[in-house]
Design a protein around this ligand. Sequence first.
Ligand SMILES: NC(=O)C1=CN([C@@H]2O[C@H](COP(=O)(O)OP(=O)(O)OC[C@H]3O[C@@H](n4cnc5c(N)ncnc54)[C@H](OP(=O)(O)O)[C@@H]3O)[C@@H](O)[C@H]2O)[C@@H](O)CC1
Ligand SMILES: Nc1ncnc2c1ncn2[C@@H]1O[C@H](COP(=O)(O)OP(=O)(O)O)[C@@H](O)[C@H]1O
Length: 278
Amino acid sequence: MIGGMTVHDNSPDLWRSTFPHPSAEGSKYDRGHAVVLGGPMAATGAARLAARAALRIGAGLVSIACDPASLIVYTTALQAVMTKVVRDEAAFTDLIADPRVTATLMGPAAGVNDRTRNLVLAALAARKACVLDADAITVFKDKPDELFGAIRSPVVLTPHTGEFARLFGEVSDREASALRAARTSGAVVLLKGRDTVIATPDGRVVVNRDAPPWLATAGSGDVLAGFATGLMAQGMAVFEAACAAAWIHAECARAFGPGLIAEDLEAEVPSLLRTLLR
Ligand SMILES: NC(=O)C1=CN([C@@H]2O[C@H](COP(=O)(O)OP(=O)(O)OC[C@H]3O[C@@H](n4cnc5c(N)ncnc54)[C@H](OP(=O)(O)O)[C@@H]3O)[C@@H](O)[C@H]2O)[C@@H](O)CC1
Ligand SMILES: Nc1ncnc2c1ncn2[C@@H]1O[C@H](COP(=O)(O)OP(=O)(O)O)[C@@H](O)[C@H]1O
């Protein structure tokens, strides 16, 4: 108990019973379809990292929704991840209205602009499981209440400390700040750092402690967002998915060791899955 809050250390015991297992009779469609918003031509790496992570963690299908100009980059750089051209908000709404689309990820290198803001609101209006990261958070820095008012379904916000401050003010006590933010926003809040805090509006607080320092590298947060999205796409509840994603993320970094770059995280997933699915 810390300051009236019960805080649990993250461990598979908290979420293993709901971790998605592929069924022997199932098809890819039974493992969910995640849609990741792609950044523009000059900033495609973050969404690519996230999309591959979502697929690697077990989503049956993953698509990147991109503008026509950047399609060439996504299609040449990705194989198993699909691409869908989205010219405007209406096209994005149509894409994610497909009942087979089970989760969305918005924000990695999306750009801090009206397009991102409108597409985030469209994603939230679809009332599907949704992860909001990076620019999907920053774009609401002047109007956080507009974002909070649109959150009416299972949503995870994944800010680093700087992004957190843009919506909720400076972090003081990390657990108390994350819990306050979850209650204010109505979303699960995953506050990133060496100790990553995951808090829910109804008062649950979990800390994933002591991630290895080499996890602090460009793009590793994009991979984390992809892991959470891929688990949610498979039907895992958002809080458990966020906890599992944070744990797997840090364990992948520990397994790889120093010298890690974001691209390396994904390669460590299969051996962790072998253990978790045993
Ligand atoms: N491969 C790719 O394509 C990649 C693309 N990426 C994309 O780049 C975009 C910008 O994302 P970003 O996070 O780099 O910058 P931004 O939102 O401007 O915030 C940075 C400022 O916040 C503050 N700050 C405080 N605490 C902090 C903390 N713990 N960690 C970090 N910052 C912290 C700090 O301010 P200071 O404290 O220095 O005043 C700092 O100057 C975004 O779209 C993202 O998706 C990246 O994912 C990388 C890989
Ligand atoms: N000192 C640290 N030790 C271990 N892990 C850290 C440390 N600082 C940040 N991290 C982790 O590194 C990742 C960085 O994510 P983020 O800030 O979103 O970067 P990016 O936007 O480049 O992907 C997060 O998962 C965070 O928990």
